[in-house]
Design a protein around this ligand. Structure first.
Ligand code: SF4
Length: 296
């Protein structure tokens, strides 16, 4: 893994496409992703962006935006004014990296951004990760709660399986640890969402729905055919991942029919109000203030 420290001139990127309805900006503390060689990295279409990779193999590099917090502070007022007529400053962090790559432990870029947000809070903040590591920032998230009207931690958990078998790399972080992190966040009063996206082969959908339902406030499910923003899931197909699934005998999971069946099971187990799909789910405002005592 090649790690480089870089200086950036901008850290808040005005949204387009899929996320535009729910967010004014995306915020990526890193360029590239340390989990690119993990299971989630296979279908990750950030790998197609030449602007991000500059020809480097996905998962082989990480550019650390060491001045991210400073740039946020200098940029935020102008972007807040721009966002004022568009629903307010609503930040999705992150869209093409993970805010909790292992290097975050050393560099603390995400942490520094959460700290500067204590002075300059957005109206909406969604932290999206494939890890249990938002727990590293539990105190900062707690401090942000009264300042950010819509705060949520979204943890991606695409399957209940610990691995997909031969030929597939391991998860970025273990499934059980991510579910436990959701439970801990919820206990701490941090609104949290499980994101089953893009849905991968699930062993026991009903039990998976129960586990997620017990751990978080709501669940968003997505399939590459719906959510990758291209006709027929072309962006994901370019990664070769759907073909790999088909070769391994998981072809039913590359169709929407199976996806809809799983969504129906989730709705049955959790209630339709706690289950959302694709674009609507990602853009829907967070679950609101959650608590351990919330009735489910
Ligand atoms: S953690 Fe996110 S950005 Fe990183 S490789 Fe996985 S899907 Fe892509």
């Amino acid at each position: 893994m090649q790690v480089h420290e870089i200086q950036v001139r901008s850290i808040l990127t005005r949204t387009g496409g899929f996320l535009r309805e729910g967010y004014s900006h995306t915020l990526n503390p890193y360029r590239g992703c340390a989990y690119g060689g993990a299971l989630c990295g296979l279908p990750c279409y950030a790998q197609h962006s030449v602007w991000i990779t500059s020809g480097r193999a996905w998962g082989s590099f990480l550019d650390v935006k060491v001045n991210a917090a400073e740039v946020y502070r200098s940029q935020v007022n102008r972007e807040r004014r721009w966002a004022a007529t568009r629903g307010g400053l609503r930040i999705y962090m992150s869209s093409v990296t993970d805010p909790y790559v292992p290097q975050e432990r050393q560099y603390g870029i995400t942490r520094s951004l959460l700290e500067v947000m204590l002075d300059e809070p957005p109206e909406r903040l969604v932290l999206q990760t494939h890890t249990p590591y938002p727990l590293w920032d539990l105190e900062r998230l707690r401090a942000l709660l009264p300042l950010v009207p819509d705060l949520s931690v979204n943890i991606s958990i695409e399957t209940d399986r610990d691995n997909l078998g031969p030929g597939f790399p391991p998860h970025a972080t273990p499934v059980a640890e991510r579910i436990t992190a959701l439970e801990s966040l919820r206990k701490a009063g941090i609104p949290c969402v499980a994101v089953v996206a893009p849905m991968l082969p699930i062993e026991d959908p009903r039990e998976f729905a129960r586990r997620l339902g017990a751990a978080c406030d709501r669940v968003v499910l997505d399939h590459f055919l719906l959510g990758d923003g291209s006709p027929g899931g072309l962006r994901t197909r370019r990664t070769g991942f759907p073909s790999k699934l088909e070769e391994a005998g998981w072809q039913q999971w590359t169709s929407l029919e199976q996806f809809e069946k799983v969504c129906d099971i989730f709705s049955e187990v959790l209630g339709a109000d706690r289950v959302q799909k694709s674009r609507h789910g990602f853009n829907t405002p967070g679950p609101g203030r959650c608590s351990e005592t919330t009735t489910r």
